[in-house]
Design a protein around this ligand. Structure first.
Ligand code: COA
Length: 180
């Protein structure tokens, strides 16, 4: 089940976001109490994005347990009327629920929601190419690896990492079940 994030999700989200293995490729470090407060404030507020930079945050429940969270962030507004035409997807799941297809099922539903609810032309995901689980998820979602940029992301603790960009166009989503 997908639903918006509530303040009482703090313990469940805090449990996996405090794990350095989970946050290894995320843009934030393993969360302490203050970091979790900042993240929860952002997730709980993410219910109805309408302009660039705003997010929709969804909790993913399985049998009444929160197993992960998803984010849709309205991004660059290159459309003629300046409405957001691109959105970025993000996902974080509890390791104890990995490898069962929950992220695939939930992200598929979020993609359907995004293209149905917003006049988006394109969805994208950006990730560290070493994040193979996330790359495989993008591929299962029918996204295309469009770019691999070199050393464009300042790593925590120093150094630079690459970025892989995956994309899914509206017309590809519309023809997703045609078998082509
Ligand atoms: C990225 C992330 C969400 C992927 O999680 P995941 O468990 O691999 O993804 P799913 O829940 O969709 O499970 C898919 C896996 O289960 C298997 N699986 C089992 N049953 C399945 C089913 N019914 N449907 C789809 N896959 C299934 C798949 O084969 C796949 O395994 P594989 O990748 O070894 O081939 C997870 O690794 C994560 O949260 N990482 C930490 C946060 C992070 O890095 N986020 C991304 C930042 S860009």
């Amino acid at each position: 089940m997908l639903r918006t994030v509530r303040p009482d999700d703090r313990a469940a989200i805090g449990a996996y976001c405090a794990d350095p293995e989970v946050t290894r490729y995320l843009p934030f470090p393993a969360l302490d109490d203050d970091g979790l407060t900042t993240r929860m404030d952002r997730l709980v507020a993410g219910t109805a994005p309408s302009t660039t930079g705003e997010i929709l945050a969804l909790a993913v429940e399985h049998d009444g347990t929160l197993v992960g969270d998803l984010m849709l962030r309205l991004a660059a507004a290159h459309s003629p009327d300046s409405s957001p035409s691109i959105a970025e997807l993000g996902w974080v799941f509890a390791p104890s629920y990995a490898g069962r297809g929950f992220a695939t099922e939930a992200a598929t539903a979020l993609i359907d929601l995004a293209f149905t609810h917003y006049p988006l032309h394109r969805l994208m995901a950006q990730l560290d190419p070493r994040n193979l689980a996330s790359s495989r998820l993008c591929e299962r979602l029918g996204m295309t690896l469009e770019a691999h940029t070199r050393e464009d992301y300042a790593e925590r603790g120093g150094g630079w990492s690459d970025t892989a960009v995956y994309g899914l166009l509206r017309r590809e989503w519309e023809s997703r079940d045609s078998g082509s």
